[in-house]
Ligand binder design. Structure first.
Ligand code: ATP
Ligand code: MG
Length: 285
């Protein structure tokens, strides 16, 4: 379920207290028993049950009896805690509409100091296996791998943006909380939706960015026409959580895939031929 500004505005302080309590207890419990929620929040059983009922209606909390009876935060609840923190800090003043949705994230426009893109990382149970395989470092955290993996993914992306901006044209990183990255909103269009005026120039601009990123210690690792945005004359590379460093054991292969994806796209759509080995040599300088 998507996050809803209306739901968040309507949250009662007891409901926020319960969300925070669940987050904390989920370091130890995948499903938090009612007794513990009562004890930790200091609320009566009827109050807790009423508040949990509302949180479940809003899609922020789930109840199950298998493997044992208890309550669990789900993405919308975790997203809400992140959004509340970003709002309290002043990074965000209003949530706008959803602008993107991928396999492992939802992106919203928001207001802060100017317009902000909020990327909510949702690395779920289903895809957890592949995350573990593709990312070098992923220690166990309690019983809730999706919380850890989603926060880790946001941290990774925020780190890449900080390394790259402003030398490479990427969204300005503004803030991060939990699984959410706040960054500059790019007023552009994804490249796969554009008809480029000067495709050769754009392709060179992309390769220049890839090369600069490489010298700054970052290989994108998920580069394609979908993760390039065109804003007038500017070429902006987005979507960095999967990045790897050039000393990664598979760096050569992964960089070749990134560059290959771009060359293939320009060949298919614009009939521009560029030799892969030469392009890679240019990137690695
Ligand atoms: N800073 C931004 N400004 C404007 N739009 C953005 C911004 N970041 C992302 N978007 C939009 O949201 C879409 C999804 O974002 P992004 O590519 O970062 O994640 P994703 O593709 O969902 O990730 P995944 O690879 O996990 O599926 C983008 O294709 C783009 O249209
Ligand atoms: Mg993407």
């Amino acid at each position: 379920m998507a996050i809803s500004a209306d739901h968040i505005r309507q949250l009662h302080p007891f409901e926020i207290r319960i969300l925070n309590t669940l987050e904390r207890l989920m370091r130890t419990y995948a499903w938090v028993p009612l007794e513990l929620i009562k004890k930790s929040t200091g609320l009566s059983e009827s109050e807790v049950l009423f508040r949990l009922g509302r949180l479940m209606e809003m899609g922020m909390v789930r109840y199950d009896v298998v493997p044992y009876e208890g309550y669990s935060l789900i993405f919308a609840g975790y997203d809400t805690l992140a959004l509340l923190s970003l709002t309290r800090k002043g990074t965000v003043s209003a949530l706008g509409s959803q602008i993107g949705e991928g396999k492992e994230s939802v992106v919203y426009e928001a207001l802060g100091l100017g317009s902000v893109a909020l990327k909510f990382h949702h690395v779920g149970q289903r895809s957890f296996q592949s995350v573990r395989l593709s990312r070098e470092y992923l220690p166990e955290e309690g019983h809730c791998p999706w919380i850890f993996a989603s926060r880790f993914s946001a941290e990774r992306e925020h780190t890449a943006l900080k390394k790259l901006y402003p030398r490479v044209r990427v969204p300005l990183p503004i803030d991060r909380n939990r699984n959410v990255v706040a960054m500059e909103f790019i007023h552009g269009v994804n490249m796969h939706r554009c008809h480029l005026q000067d495709p050769a120039f754009t392709m060179e601009a992309i390769l220049t960015s890839v090369s600069l990123a490489y010298t700054l210690g970052v290989i994108h690792a998920d580069l394609s026409e979908y993760n390039v945005m065109i804003d007038g004359d500017e070429v902006v590379l987005i979507d960095w959580p999967q990045w790897i460093a050039p000393d990664h054991p598979n760096a050569g292969e992964i960089l070749a895939r990134d560059v290959g994806n771009i060359l293939r796209y320009f060949k298919r759509k614009y009939k521009i031929e560029r030799d892969l080995a030469t392009a890679i040599a240019r990137v690695t300088g």
